[in-house]
Design a protein around this ligand. Structure first.
Ligand code: ARG
Length: 381
């Protein structure tokens, strides 16, 4: 990497924020910046201290405009794994991430940060989440499993993976080190906690055979702190129930469960006026909350999440900070107007450090696109 690739303004901005919020003296800041400028001059990049990295990752979460759960930003566990140089070691670290973050259901928000990008190509995890279900396109066009994962499933199959062909097969993880071919690894089954979906009042719902994994680990975002990019920095929080109950199960282009749930509930699905979709959606969300509670897995409902977000807003205001937020991504996909966030004007501005969308690693030529198109999307963290 050439020295001019590090934007010194970004370096100064972050170190100034770090010094202010971590109570560093003006003299310490000045000395640190001078050392960094020299390091950039000599090597083209600088190595962040573990505390700079740690705090930067937390602030990146605080600045994530899509996330309703940011009240917990200071509690993020940051794993500094910049020293790992092989896909095998990185995979072992991902397994450990899943274990420590799952914590037998008492989920711990965690980020694992791998080596920064120092050349044109950096480390990439091809999966958009570490734990995801395969989607198998059938000859008649239907999909068994998660239709959102058809493309990745095909890639895994082309690399030799043979899925069982059920609706809930965990995909292997693909890691690509710079200038090396991608490598594929199977996650050990026993580390993946899953929740079978049941309903407190509708015993038949269990017969639909639904389940979902406890841990959402986004793994294809680029973490940027002080001008340094970390293209492999998987992170997790815990689920908000609507992500699963409304979107993953409810979306027509995902598991598309509303028609069957409504039929089982005895609703009139031939008339839009019966609001069968809305009523089925509510019961699916009840089921998700009930099931996660039964299994002792941490989850938050959208009313509590909204309340916490508003509390976060107040805390940030008291610290003289605004809360940048994307309204469309922050409001829950179920009963939004019943939550306070719906009525809150929001400003969608990009502050750094932050996490940036990267296009699929097998489409690298599109990487100049830095922001995800949010139409129809719902990524909360
Ligand atoms: N919406 C995504 C999913 O259903 C997860 C995104 C991250 N969510 C979170 N609560 N941290 O899998």
């Amino acid at each position: 990497m050439k020295p001019q690739n590090i934007n010194l303004q970004e370096v100064t901005d972050y170190l100034t924020l770090f010094a202010r919020e971590q109570n560093l003296s003006a003299e310490d800041l000045k000395q640190r910046l001078e050392r960094i400028y020299v390091e950039c001059e000599q090597t083209g990049i600088y190595w962040q201290t573990t505390t700079e990295l740690n705090y930067g990752a937390k602030v990146a979460w605080r600045n994530s405009v899509n996330c309703i759960g940011r009240i917990s930003w200071q509690s993020l566990t940051v794993r500094d794994l910049r020293h790992l140089t092989t896909a095998v070691d990185i995979f072992a670290a991902l397994v450990e991430h899943i274990e420590v973050a799952t914590n037998r259901g008492k989920i711990r928000p965690t980020i694992s940060i791998f080596a920064p990008q120092t050349a044109e190509e950096g480390i990439r995890i091809w999966n958009s989440q570490l734990i995801r279900y395969a989607g198998y396109r059938q000859p008649d066009g239907r999909v068994i499993g998660d239709p959102d994962r058809v493309e990745l499933t095909k890639i895994c199959q082309s690399m030799g993976w043979k899925g069982a062909g059920t609706s809930f097969d965990i995909l292997p993880v693909i890691i690509k080190m710079p200038n090396q071919p991608p490598e594929m690894f199977d996650l050990p089954k026993e580390i993946i906690m899953e929740v079978p979906i049941t309903h407190p009042n509708y015993p038949w719902l269990a017969d639909l055979g639904l389940k979902w994994h406890a841990l959402p680990v986004a793994s294809d975002w680029r973490l940027e702190i002080g001008g340094i990019s970390y293209p492999a920095a998987p992170f997790n929080g815990w689920y908000m129930s609507a992500e699963i109950g409304a979107r993953n199960f409810g979306d027509a282009h995902r598991y598309n469960m509303l028609p069957i749930v409504a039929k089982k509930m005895g609703l009139n699905t031939s008339s839009k006026l019966s609001l069968w979709k809305d009523r089925a959606l509510v019961e699916l969300n009840v089921a998700v909350l009930h099931s996660f509670a039964e299994c002792g897995v941490k989850i938050v409902d959208h009313h509590t999440a909204s309340k916490q977000f508003m509390q976060h807003w107040k805390q940030e205001a008291a610290a003289n900070r605004m809360v940048p937020a994307d309204w469309g991504m922050t409001i829950p996909p179920i009963s939004p107007s019943t939550t306070e966030v719906f009525h809150q004007p929001m400003e969608n501005v990009c502050l750094k450090p932050n996490l940036f969308f990267q296009s699929a690693a097998w489409h690298r030529e599109n990487d100049v696109v830095q922001t995800r198109v949010t139409v129809g999307g719902k990524i909360t963290c």
